[in-house]
Design a protein around this ligand. Structure first.
Ligand code: SF4
Ligand code: SF4
Ligand code: SF4
Length: 290
């Protein structure tokens, strides 16, 4: 089994990894508009379901604007002292946007004490690992919804990689292989890893136990089973009931710790989880590119 990762002191400061989320806040920076895959539950207009409640990103920020926003928030006597983590979770896939790395570099220079956190679909993890090491990423979330490409092809309609579009089982197989390789490499690097799995009733329910075993074996720290928000290709599916979600989390708790207080925050959320600052900007359209 790979080394379990993450230093305990840092985890305790991170609200998404079991740190005290009544005291420790995070700040999301919406600097990553483009995505390289298409998940059936994503409607292409809103936040990445990697972390974020679909439908609400306020405004894309440039890296410079993101740094200015962090400066402003950190200078606020009410909010600044609460912020322990700066996260990039969208609205597209952070690893598919150079702005992500530029933003982390700027924040790291000015606020080296802030924990750097990122959420990704994992397609580019293996090839971006050295960059993540260079910027000093501490925690990583990978959204992993299937291990079997036959299930994956029902979730991902296409996967764009190296200038080619991969569809069906081939696309899903490529994505899954990179996700698993990326998680393995990230654990070796000592990153603290959370796995998000969107529970899509009738599609990937049966995969959940195998996913929890696999990611535990690879060195992930915690798993976050998230309920499907029906929209886009899955608009006609019923979301899982809270009872079903609870039962599944309990069943898999023995394999890997389950994160239970996720609120599926916006990708521009700032503050304590569940008590975010208000934002009032127009929604941006998500860009899908190769
Ligand atoms: Fe949407 Fe891309 Fe996120 Fe999937 S990985 S939910 S397609 S933004
Ligand atoms: Fe939490 Fe994910 Fe944001 Fe990191 S990127 S602060 S884990 S929601
Ligand atoms: Fe934490 Fe979930 Fe919100 Fe991310 S989306 S900050 S994991 S509560």
């Amino acid at each position: 089994m790979a080394k379990r990762c993450g230093s305990m002191s840092n985890i305790q400061g991170h609200p998404c990894f079991g740190g005290n989320h009544h005291k420790n806040g995070r700040m999301h920076l919406a600097v990553a508009p483009r995505c390289n895959i298409k998940c059936g539950y994503c409607n292409r207009r809103h936040d990445c379901a990697n972390e974020s409640r679909p439908g609400v990103t306020s405004r894309l920020l440039t890296p410079g604007e993101a740094a200015a926003k962090v400066r402003e928030v950190m200078a606020s006597p009410a909010i600044g002292p609460l912020i322990k983590v700066v996260g990039i979770a969208g609205p597209g896939d952070p690893l598919h946007n150079e702005e992500t790395f530029e933003t982390f570099r700027l924040i790291g220079e000015e606020f080296p004490h802030l924990i750097k956190c990122l959420s990704t679909n994992g397609l580019l993890l293996p090839e971006r690992m050295s960059l993540l090491e260079e910027i000093g990423l501490h925690s990583l979330t990978v959204t992993l919804n299937a291990l079997d490409p036959r299930v994956g092809k029902r979730i991902y309609s296409h996967v764009c990689h190296d200038g080619a579009i991969h569809r069906g089982e081939a696309g899903a197989a490529l994505l899954i292989a990179n996700q698993l390789d990326g998680i393995r490499q990230a654990a070796k690097l000592g990153l603290t890893i959370k796995i998000n799995t969107v529970l899509i009733p009738g599609v990937n329910d049966d995969e959940i136990p195998a996913i929890s075993r696999k990611v535990r074996e690879l060195g992930a720290f915690v798993m976050n089973i998230m309920p499907l928000i029906p929209q886009a290709d899955f608009a006609n599916l019923a979301p899982p009931t809270p009872e079903r979600l609870d039962a599944l989390r309990q069943e898999n708790e023995k394999t890997i710790g389950q994160f239970k207080h996720c609120r599926q925050c916006r990708s521009d959320a700032v503050g304590l989880i569940g008590q975010d600052l208000p934002v009032a900007q127009p929604t941006q359209e998500l860009l899908f590119t190769q």
